[in-house]
Design a protein around this ligand. Sequence first.
Ligand code: HEM
Length: 522
Amino acid sequence: MGLIQTLLGTLTSTSFLPILIATLILTPVIYRLYLHPLAHLPGPLLYCFSSLPLYTICYLGIESRTLSYYHSKYGKVLRIAPNHVSISDGSAIHTIYVASGGFMKDARYHNFNLEGTATIFSSTDPAYRDARAKAVLPMFASGRVRGSGDEGGVMKQCIDEFILQFKAEKEMAWKAGPKGDANVDILDLSAKLSLDVVTGYLFNRRFGGLNEHAEDLKKREQDSNKEKKSSKLSLNPFIFTVVAFGRFSLFPNWLFKLCYRTSIRLNADEKLFASLVKIGTFVNGVVDDVKPKDDTYPSRLLAVGISKEETIKQCKAVMFAGTDSTSVKLATIIFHIIQNPNVLQRLKQEITELGQDPATDPQTFPYMRAVIREGLRLGVANSTRLTRVVPPSGFEVNGYYIPAGVVIGISPWMVHHNPELFPEPFKFRPERWMEDKKGTNGEVDLETDKRRKEMERDLIPFGTGSRACIARNLATHQLFMTVRALVESDVLVGAKTVKKRIEIIEWFNAEIKGHELEIQWT
Ligand code: HEM
């Protein structure tokens, strides 16, 4: 006892205390900088010994542009936290995401659980994910998706209504003249359309985003002096809140939950509450009404034994995923078409030549394909790294060995803006996807051909491999069908964007600053 007391006395004596504190701080720092299995990797010093800088840039929504700067300084393989590595080399995409099913999602995905339940998106357990994904996958087969865009299909109906609403807004903007509130928010219109497509297609019941404010729109059409009320999608507060939680998404799960609860307590308002009630009422109704003979997303989940409570959450999760990502991509494409009248003209010409038969699939129009690809490259739905864990076998990239357990990832934003593959990466240039593969004498130009293959490889708006977006066919077809309808309707003629460029907050799901993208007609 006496000895212990003496020891404790010595340890806490004023001369020893600073040494103890310094040792406690320096030991992990020295270990992480010089002895850690990632010590040989380049990276900014602060990031190498603490996770705080990475958490901070994630919170601030500047992760991709900050890491892009460090990649340009340190190279394509970058240590960005004691146990995190960012890779900006597209040649690693196949190994990380595709080969043998790809590496597993890391624990950060648990932060995307919906109301505490793992979804198809957030699950890190292959058996859990596969049981659910396999049940619903046939709904996304390309033939079935295309059918919904044909006459009488739900996608076609939604797009027709979207165009009518777009035209009505344009008409009113003309009538209101330069002094009126002539701006139209293409992000909000795109969200209404995407929500109706995803719910109409998967649940056989439309949420009704496009019709929520139909009454007000009609009144304004009849009386141009009537004041424009806020007519934004009622589900926006739910969607924006989920997106904003992305700022905490790299935190350990216990800290994420703490921030989540505190943030809800501090920031929840009536609009968010109303939005949550609305989505809850809608989805409960959809799931309650499932009949045994139905062939819908919820009926398929229930049929493989998923509980009703969980099915409700899985449905909410796809409503979020479908609405947010598709609307951001669609609004971005519309934005760039408006800013480039020559693109609009060329699309019109192509549709006149190739699309006389409305049944022709627009995905076969070469220029439109280039426009959509360029829009998918520039549109920022998922801006940060799609993180994965290095498997027990380890992983070698660009001459660096990365051991098992390290969290690595490539960000779509980073590879989409690589100036080596996409010169003037921030410019909307559909022609880059059409550059001739032939040399001047008609022979295959190997250099161009190689670059083109690398461009295709690095275009990963939907992720890639076994955990790529399950709904890419649905989203892609909606983009093509909507662009075609917009061009055919001439509604974009004479439009201009209010802002010169789209500003992004780089969370896992990017946020368009101000939650709107306005256009007007002159
Ligand atoms: C243009 C629109 C869309 C984009 C850009 C997009 C993007 C993505 C990306 C990048 C991933 C992979 C994320 C990762 O690896 O961490 C993903 C996964 C997923 N997406 Fe989408 N998405 C879109 C539309 C949709 C729609 C319409 C739905 C639902 C109807 C949806 C449902 C899902 C689901 C369930 C997953 C998880 C798949 C899995 O992990 O097995 N997405 N999406």
